[in-house]
Every structure is written in C-alpha cells, then in structure tokens.
Design a protein around this ligand. Structure first.
Ligand SMILES: [Zn+2]
Length: 355
C-alpha cells in the first residue's frame, strides 16, 4: 500500500511538472491532447526500447550490477537513447505541432515524463516497503528525467526542422547520458546525497536557459508594446493606485493569461502587481527560473522601493509595480536578445541559419 501512495505522489508530481513546463511555452502553447498522447505513447515506447537495449547488453555478457560506476553509465546511455528513439516514434503525432524550438523541449519533456512514471511504477513494485531513499528517488527522478533530456529535444527540433545540427544531437545525447549516470550514482548512496544537489542545480539552470533561449527565438514572439497596442478596447476596471501621480480612478486593463496590467490615464504610466511584473519578465524578457537575484534597491527612493532588472519600480508596501511602456519594453527586448545571442556565441552552437 505505501508503494501505491508513492506511485500516486510521483504521478501527481509528474503532472505538476508538465503543467509547470507548459507555462514556459509562452508564445504558442502546445495542445494538451498532443502532450498527453506523447507522454503515454512516448513513455511506452521508451520503456520498451530500454528493455530491449538492456537485453542486448546483457546478451553480450555485460552484467549491469557489476562494476560501479560503469553500470550507471550504461543505464544513463541506454535510457537516454530510449527516450530519444521514443521522441522520434512520436513524430506522426507532433509533426504538425513542431513549429517553434520550444516544442522540441516540451515534447521531449513529455516523453521523459511518461518514461519516468512507468519506471517509477516498476521501481516501487520491485522495492516493497517504504524508505527515504526510495521516496526521494520517486519524487525527484521525474523532473530530473525531464531536465536531462531536454537538450536532446532542442537538438532534435533543429535537426528535423532546419536540417542541421545532427552532431549537436549526438553531443546532447552524450551529455544527457553523463548527467543521468551521475544522478543515478548520487541517488544510490546516501552518503553522496549532497552531490545530488549540485546535479539538480546545474540541470535546472541549464533547463531554464534552454527554455529562455527558445522563448527568445520563438517565431510567435510578440513584444510587450506590440501586445498592449494590439488591444484596441481594454476594459475599464478599478485597480492599482498610480505610483507616479496617485491617480486612484478605474483604469484601462490589459489581460494576457495571468498577467494583468493597467494604464494610468492621467500620466500614462503602466501599473501591475509585483507578481505580474515577474510574469512580464518571463514572458517578454525570456528570463526563466528564479528572478530574486535580479531585484535591486533603488537609490534615493525609500526603503520600500525595488526594481526588477531595470526600467520599473516596485513599491513593496503598496504591492504595486510601475513602468513606462517604451522604456520597459526596451529593457525586456534587450534582455531577451542578449540571452539568445549569448547562446548563439557558444562554440558548439550549430552554424548556419538555425534559430
Ligand atoms: Zn499616473
């Protein structure tokens, strides 16, 4: 029974992971139906492929329980190859949907989710009873499976859509295998658990950078100004007091998903909650992950005032953020552009017109 609870927790956690990832697919969301189909089919195919590959290895006389840490390398490479093959097998489902680089990441993540959920199920059955190591493993291995293989998803997108970067796909596979092996090693020995933190941290940082890069280069990307000016008849709603001129009247209100912005008709400033400001930086600045490091004090503005990156003002007491559209739009564009260019300057980045 405890195994069943763990499996359910890991399943719920996996669903949360995908929901979370989907929020990063900011410019053109993938249909949930396709994501679910890839999770189920991709998960099934990847498990079958990995069982098949394990069998080939074992028939060639290699025993996977021997030879720590090399057995983990086998496991890493077998499972990552299985996930990549499963993504290829999903091509008929995703062919029409793969129209921006983020989609490569998203569908690879779905395959990894499916794989991890099925693997967890068998893992829990094979290890009856409950202990800390198994609990940790079941909960964190799903996001890890997702994070390790995402780079392969992007390389796959480049390879099939831009007909280039096959070498990069191979490189992404090599990296995924190494990460996977390190993770398996660290998670198997309680004494090595602190090392797990380093793996988690760097895998997540890399995943957010990839998500940011693909968002910055999405062909569906709009600027903040393009969005605001495309709204011809914003509803007038009661809302934030203006930080510039203290105007308290109801204001034109712009909504996109969970972002809600108001325009002060007295002074032309734009207002939103600090949370919405974060969302704007994710969405238009292509900057994902924690933004805490990017909050700064503003000199001479009182101790309750902060800024996120620059080009805005957050009043933490009133819980309101304020910016000038053109100025902040330029900050977001520059942030997004720099992020993309930094990635494209990397030595391994495929040459040619791969965007
Ligand atoms: Zn105002």
């Amino acid at each position: 029974m405890p195994e069943l609870i763990l499996i359910l927790i890991s399943f719920a956690f996996g669903i949360l992971c995908i929901g979370h990832l989907r929020r990063y697919d900011v410019h053109e969301r993938e249909p949930l139906f396709a994501m679910a189909a890839v999770t189920i089919w991709g998960g099934f195919v990847s498990i079958v492929c990995s069982l098949f590959l394990y069998r080939i290895i074992q028939e060639n006389g290699v025993s996977l329980t021997d030879g720590f840490p090399f057995s983990y390398l086998y496991v890493g490479y077998v499972e990552e190859l299985a996930k990549l093959l499963a993504l290829v097998s999903c091509w008929p489902i995703i062919r029409r949907e793969m129209d921006e680089p983020t989609d490569g990441l998203i569908y690879m993540a779905c395959v990894a989710l499916g794989f991890s959920l099925i693997e967890n199920y068998f893992y829990a059955l094979a290890n009856p009873g409950i202990n800390l190591l198994i609990a940790i493993r079941l909960v964190i291995c799903t996001p890890m499976h997702i994070a390790f293989s995402m780079f392969m998803g992007l390389a796959f997108f480049w390879a099939v859509r831009r007909k280039g970067g096959w070498g990069l796909l191979f490189g992404a596979y090599i990296i995924a295998g190494i990460y996977h092996a390190l993770y398996d090693t660290f998670v198997s020995y309680p004494l090595l658990l602190p090392g797990l933190y380093l793996i988690l941290h760097s895998a997540y940082a890399w995943m957010y950078r990839l998500l940011g890069y693909t968002a910055a280069r999405s062909p569906f990307r709009q600027t903040l100004t393009q969005w605001i000016t495309s709204e011809t008849a914003p509803a007038i709603e009661p809302g934030y007091p203006c930080l510039e001129c203290t105007n308290n009247a109801p204001k034109p209100t712009y909504r996109r998903g969970r972002i809600r912005i108001q325009r002060c008709e007295e002074c032309g400033s734009y207002l939103c909650s600090p949370h919405a400001l974060y969302q704007l930086v994710h969405h238009y600045g292509s900057l994902f992950g924690s933004l805490r490091r990017r909050i700064h004090h503003l000199p001479h503005q009182g101790k309750h005032t902060r800024t996120l990156i620059t080009g805005n003002r957050i009043d933490r007491r009133k819980h309101v953020a304020c910016f000038q559209l053109d100025e902040f739009n330029e900050v977001l564009e520059a942030t997004s552009r720099e992020l993309a260019e930094k990635m494209e300057r990397k030595w391994w980045f495929p040459a040619g017109n791969i965007k």
